[in-house]
Design a protein around this ligand. Structure first.
Ligand SMILES: [Zn+2]
Length: 179
């Protein structure tokens, strides 16, 4: 990521919008936006193998469910945030990971320019690849500011997507969707 170019581009954008970039409120905006992208797009420098690579043997559990993992991401169509919750269930095949690693895996993919559907698939595929579970189900509930702040302006509308890999018992799916 080239912070200097981002700063120049944001200044250019502000000028194209007819703004005076020397006024007090805007003078630091280009550098602020550049720093913001370093944070909100840091997932390109991260890799699920770092978080999911360290597994341990566990025979005890039929299913592992981690609900309500917060995420915020950036819609690649409008460069506006979308955010919400990710719920993950997997059926271990001898290997499990520390619970926090699932949340870190969500961030690997959320902190990129994204589409909710693709992020959902990437999280499910990473868990399949690194944990080799019998099955995994990932539900994403997202609120898209490109829908709530512009366009159809439906505040509170949620987009729910769902990715299933392998075999997951139906009672687990009921638990995932339960409020
Ligand atoms: Zn959008």
């Amino acid at each position: 990521m080239d912070s200097n170019r981002i700063e120049k581009a944001v200044k250019e954008l502000l000028e194209a919008l007819g703004e005076d970039t020397s006024r007090e409120g805007l003078v630091d905006t280009p550098s602020r936006v550049a720093r913001m992208y370093e944070e909100t797009l840091h997932g390109y420098n991260d890799n699920p193998a770092i978080h999911l690579g360290r597994t341990f043997e566990e025979e005890g559990s039929d299913v592992v469910i981690e609900k309500d993992i917060d995420f915020s991401s950036t819609c690649e169509h409008h460069l506006m945030p979308f955010f919400g919750k990710v719920h993950i269930a997997y059926v271990p095949n001898g290997k499990v990971v520390g619970i926090s690693k699932l949340a870190r895996t969500v961030d690997v993919y959320a902190k990129r320019l994204q589409l909710q559907e693709r992020m959902n698939n990437q999280i499910a595929d990473a868990i399949m690849e690194h944990l080799s579970p019998k099955g995994v189900a990932v539900v994403v509930e997202g609120e898209h500011t490109c829908m709530t702040a512009r366009g159809v302006k439906k505040v509170g509308a949620k987009t729910v997507t769902y990715a299933l890999r392998g075999e997951v018992p139906s009672y687990v799916l009921d638990l995932l969707f339960a409020k």
